[in-house]
Write a new protein. Sequence first.
Length: 369
Amino acid sequence: MGSYKEKTFKDNKIKTEKMKIGILTLPLHTNYGGILQAYALYNTLQNLGHDVSLIDGKMYEITSLREKLSVATWQMLKSLGFYKKRHPQLELRDKMEVLIPFIQKYIPQQISLQRVHSDTFDAIVVGSDQVWRGLYCDQLLYFLDFAKDWNVQRVAYAASFGVDDWRPPLDIVDKCKSLLSKFTYVSTREKSGIKICRDILDCNAEWVIDPTMLLTPQIYKNLAHMGEHEEGKAKNYLLAYLLDSDKEKKQIVENLASKHDLSIVNIGISETGQKVMSIGKWLRLIDNSSYVVTDSFHGTVFSILFNRPFCVLQNSERGNSRFNSLLEFTGLTNRMCNNPTGEIDWQAVNLKISTERKRCIAVLINSLK
């Protein structure tokens, strides 16, 4: 397992046994929150003195012979008029270009799943994000089906089902139940996940905060204001970050901008034609805004971390339970409406986050022994 390493973390000296830890989360596609939660957990575990790698972190690369043949065939058929669009993998790679420098700099140690063996890691941490939803991934993979016979410590940190009512086929439930029984510690990002674990998977779970909240806002501000400085210097705009925009949501944005006498800056995927910006610019636009309207979970998280007034618009298809847990613990449930009123007591909110941050870091320390 290695030697003991003493690290200073949040003004406290913590003695931890250095471990080789693999983080298994959803592939790092063009999802700012997904990338930042992986960065935050990676950073936190490193600060605790561990040797950390992200498993399967380079999903955007075209490496296998099968992928190369698929792309070549697609391109040939496209030239003959069978396809109008480029190969999805090429589209993803192009969109990832602006995000790759951040990933390579701040999550430098990555390893493909195919190269992970029984002796690669002392522990594997699953999470965060909607790894247990099934809609976005191979469900059994994130219950560590590939490592079922390995002598490796298994921890779930802030794993998410994404929904309140999780009902996969019974044979999948039985397999998940068996795999989860091998975990030494299980925590979920939503409080509804505790009930799912207890009632369906016969497992005791604990609620923890999203990994992005394990780091202080200043760390993100440093990332936000590093390098580019041209966008968002003034705070006289409303930032609209909508993943699933429609006429009703657009009208709410316009109403709130008019109410607060603000211009509108749209950065939602549907508003920018799938254009992807850097992580720093995304953070900076939130930090420098006067108001945020979003249907994104991590858009909400960073509005809170940066103490920006905000309005959350429900996004049922992507899952509302995560918003409920986040807004309940911060005391901001009144922000999930079309026209929030009243001032936010940011001092009280920041104190709650700080308290939970310390508790959840202690949880990670105790779960990896």
